[in-house]
Design a binder for this molecule. Structure first.
Ligand code: C2E
Ligand code: MG
Ligand code: MG
Ligand code: MG
Length: 286
């Protein structure tokens, strides 16, 4: 079809791509300054342990408050950060912020029993030879127990770069850092890596949790299969994107004890967590 389209059309297309790439370039320049300008923030979303009705930890999620465009979701700027390499300093900043925040909460009596802090890793960070040193530096400077730090990777990351990923993940594991497979089930359905990768947690993607409303039998079977796989491999499971009580009840019945989703809380700025926590505990109290 592109062959038969006239000259005018193809140059219009070229103009559009040019516009798109210059927008992208502008955004990249702005992103390069965003960190120094204090436009980046880390929000925290609680992860709930259903059996105790308590918080087991948090996931750190980056936010960009652009001075003129407003809030830009991570999906719209993480790819730019990855292509430009900016994800390395940005990712390191997220890691440092999240670890320092975890320490502050751990020092507060309310979290005395320990909590986990999950941080998303980009494939670019996983390939970065400085990653191990960066993680070690953050742990040393903040004093966070490595076991409290969960790094989230996706299936596609480990599959595309198997050799490098394997070495790096084993080195991180040797530090005591916990590893989670994010968006589990949406990748390549290649389970082989679970044999050799030192992962501790599977995060079931929201796309399998959504259809649990209305008891979609196929989604239910998939979630049940993931849970029994995890049990057999002695891995933890977290259900992502839990939005309704109906889903929560279903997940509890299946045996998924850790849940994350808007039903409990949206990602919040750190300063809103203590009051959210008090309210949550009041509601959860028998
Ligand atoms: P993710 O790691 O799978 O994070 C979960 C996403 O689902 C978050 O979106 C969260 O806000 C959203 N979510 C949680 N519960 C619910 C729910 O009940 N309903 C709905 N509709 N959504 C829910 P967010 O914050 O927009 O982040 C999107 C993705 O961007 C993340 O997916 C992660 O892949 C990436 N990301 C976020 N922060 C970072 C970061 O610091 N570094 C890197 N490399 N990637 C990040
Ligand atoms: Mg994640
Ligand atoms: Mg996910
Ligand atoms: Mg994701």
């Amino acid at each position: 079809q592109a062959m038969t389209s006239g000259r005018g059309q193809s140059s219009l297309y070229a103009a559009e791509t040019h516009q798109a790439s210059s927008d992208r370039f502008k955004l990249e320049l702005e992103l390069a300054r965003a960190l120094d300008n204090g436009e980046l923030r880390v929000f925290y979303q609680p992860i709930i342990e259903l059996s105790t009705r308590d918080v087991s930890g948090f996931e750190a999620l980056i936010r960009w408050h652009h001075p003129t465009r407003g809030l830009i979701p991570p999906m719209d700027f993480i790819p730019i950060a990855e292509e430009s390499g900016l994800i390395v300093p940005i990712g390191q900043w997220v890691l440092r912020e999240a670890a320092a925040q975890a320490m502050r909460w751990l020092e507060m009596e309310e979290h005395g029993r320990g909590l986990t802090m999950a941080v998303n890793l980009s494939i670019v960070q996983l390939r970065d030879p400085g990653l191990l040193g960066n993680v070690l530096e953050v742990l040393t400077k903040t004093g966070l127990d490595p076991h409290s730090l969960h790094l989230e990777i996706t299936e596609s990351m480990v599959i595309h770069d198997f050799e490098t990923a394997l070495d790096t993940l084993h080195a991180l594991h040797a530090l005591g850092v916990q590893l989670s497979v994010d968006d589990f089930g949406t990748g390549y359905a290649a389970l082989g890596y679970l044999r050799t990768m030192p992962v501790q947690t599977l995060k079931i993607d929201k796309s399998f949790i959504d259809p649990l409303v209305g008891h979609d039998p196929r989604s239910l079977s998939i979630v049940e299969a993931i849970v029994s796989l995890a049990r057999a491999l002695d891995l933890d499971v977290i259900a992502e994107g839990v939005e309704s009580v109906e889903q929560m009840v279903e997940l509890q019945r299946i045996g998924t004890h850790l849940c994350q989703g808007y039903l409990f809380s949206r990602p919040l700025p750190a300063e809103e967590i203590p009051s959210w926590l008090r309210e949550f505990r009041l509601r959860a109290a028998p």
